[in-house]
Design a binder for this molecule. Structure first.
Ligand code: DQQ
Length: 546
């Protein structure tokens, strides 16, 4: 459908047509990154789920391959659902995935590459003894899904966790195995949190307390923290928490119980649209990479009309923030920088209440890196003035958005804007003075004016972002037609939004810098790159270089 074709992205992974959801079994094998995904071959809405498959040399340019697995057995007749890959000690791959059976019950199945010598991993064999796991007593047959990558126990077994719920408590069930065919269930849970509902797509992995490098999933020790992430079926939010994993009794304990998995005071990978994510350890480059499914914010009717639905976020490296120790940092993989074309550098002073166009040319595909400074005298005025004290905690969601002015914000960029600013998506900082008189910074994206279309959800997204002493305020923004990914303070707080401009499209798309603070003059130093498109197309024999 050409009417809506500008909404297709230029460097984000998406299928040629139809519906996509969760990332599945990402891995690096014999020179190729493999990406599998929940896919409906028949429509632009969820259903008839198969495993789509694509490969890439750089995580940015992708080649579609034939489907890896389709529903062709009683144990996955209603869908080949989400799963994860594990590398065994000999370098071979096993894949565990959830099947929705002919009776719509959720079971776990084993599959492996038919030909380990094939770098493309084209053919997958389903184990003849499937299913390898069915819901245990006390667990609903429709609440048992999404096995993780396995990790090693200290006695040399493999361990996995699978998400479920018991009444309203979200739980992660633990199993040990030696051959991935038979399993021993633990009577205790890896973790559980009351009132969080069904945990989908659990992810469990180690992060280094001291180094920025990623860790293989089985690594443990004194320099390691463990992350549990669960995708909350009730709220469609990916929540994570940082804690300590105890190998001996297969439990995980949060560092801070008031920042536990899935509770409202807890952490999120992303404060916008981002769900069912999954990491993998990239042994090729020694990093852990996070994939997240970015669904649509428009109506199902619009998706059917345009013939497709959903994109994947740009893969992000993910690591513990060694400076705070209290949050992860996420950053677009380095390879995305290969798409950067012409760079322009700017240094601008923006007075309170002003909007300035950034002279760029077309701005529908951008990478922006910016640094902001608030003028020192202005900060002192605000510090000394009790009238600007914020008694109530600021929140992006309830703030009213980028037009509501405070003493020290909002300021930032309006992306995907048309010349008259009738459509625009502001990505910005908002600094407040907290009860303790300390400055507190929020990072937000306001989609409320992103389109004049009305069949779209247009929230204000965002959250608090830690800013340490002596740090400047920094943000990075990736813009790609209908997706905006914002990374605050080096990726401590991330916000992804889908937006559907009708006027701010292709060559008519502009970028603006704005400062809506009442009291503060802002200096912005920033670089903007126009971004090339990435090829994302069917694989052809030439791609093997033969
Ligand atoms: N999507 C899959 C399930 C998973 C859900 C089905 C999360 O396995 O729980 O498409 O989006």
């Amino acid at each position: 459908n050409t009417v809506l074709s500008w909404q297709r992205t230029a460097f984000h992974f998406q299928p040629e047509k139809n519906w996509m959801n969760d990332p599945n079994g990402p891995l690096f094998y014999k020179g190729w990154y493999h990406f599998f995904y929940q896919y409906n071959p028949n429509a632009a809405v969820w259903g008839d789920i198969v495993w789509g498959h694509a490969v890439s040399k750089d995580l940015i340019h992708w080649l579609y391959l034939p489907f890896a697995m389709v529903p062709d057995q009683w144990y996955d007749a209603n869908g080949v659902w989400t799963g994860s890959a594990t590398f065994l000690d000999d370098g071979s791959i096993v894949m565990l995935y959830t099947g929705s059976t002919d009776k719509f019950e959720q079971v776990q199945n084993l599959a492996y590459p038919e030909d380990p010598k094939d770098p493309l991993l084209l053919k997958w064999t389903k184990y003849s003894g499937n299913p390898v796991l069915v819901a245990p007593p006390g667990i609903g047959v429709k609440d048992f899904r999404d096995p993780t990558t396995a990790w090693k126990t200290s006695d040399g077994k493999w361990r996995i966790t699978i998400g479920s719920k018991i009444n309203r408590t979200g739980v992660s069930i633990i199993y040990d195995t030696t051959d991935f065919k038979t399993y021993e269930k633990h009577d205790t849970l890896l973790h559980q949190v009351p009132n969080t509902g069904m945990w989908e797509c659990i992810d469990f992995y180690p992060v280094s307390k001291t180094k920025d490098k990623g860790l293989d999933t089985s690594v443990n020790g004194p320099d390691v923290k463990h992350i549990i992430k669960a995708s909350m079926d009730d709220t469609r939010i990916d929540h994570y928490a940082i804690g300590t994993y105890h190998d001996s009794n297969a439990t995980w304990v949060p560092d801070n119980p008031s920042i536990d998995v899935g509770i409202s005071t807890g952490l999120r990978y992303d404060y916008g649209k981002f769900y069912a994510s999954k990491t993998f350890y990239d042994q090729h480059k020694g990093r852990r990479i996070l994939w997240g499914w970015i669904g649509e914010s428009d109506s199902e009717a619009a998706d059917v009309q345009k013939g497709w639905s959903s994109v994947q976020g740009i893969p992000r490296t993910v690591a513990l923030d060694t400076k705070t120790g209290k949050n992860l940092v996420q950053w677009p993989v380095k390879e995305i920088e290969s798409l950067r074309l012409r760079r322009k550098k700017f240094h601008m002073k923006v007075e309170p209440g002003t909007v300035v166009p950034v002279d760029l040319g077309p701005a529908a595909q951008l990478d922006i890196e910016a640094e902001f400074k608030i003028k020192k005298d202005d900060l002192e005025v605000v510090f000394g003035d009790d009238s600007v004290e914020d008694d109530k905690e600021f929140s992006c969601e309830t703030s009213g958005g980028a037009t509501v002015r405070g003493a020290l914000g909002p300021f930032g960029f309006s992306v995907l804007a048309d010349q008259s600013l009738s459509e625009q998506t502001p990505v910005y900082f908002y600094v407040t003075k907290g009860k303790d008189s300390k400055l507190k910074t929020f990072f937000c994206t306001d989609t409320s004016r992103s389109t004049i279309a009305n069949d779209v959800v247009k929230p204000v997204y965002g959250s608090f972002v830690p800013v340490l002493k002596g740090e400047k305020l920094t943000m990075r923004i990736l813009v790609d037609h209908s997706i905006v990914e914002g990374f605050g303070q080096g990726g401590r707080t991330c916000i992804t939004s889908r937006v559907y401009p009708t006027k701010a499209i292709y060559g008519a798309t502009k970028l603006f810098l704005f400062n809506n603070a009442i009291d503060a003059t802002i200096t912005a130093s920033f670089k903007v790159w126009q971004m090339n498109s990435a090829f994302i197309r069917p694989f052809s024999a030439d791609d093997l270089g033969v």
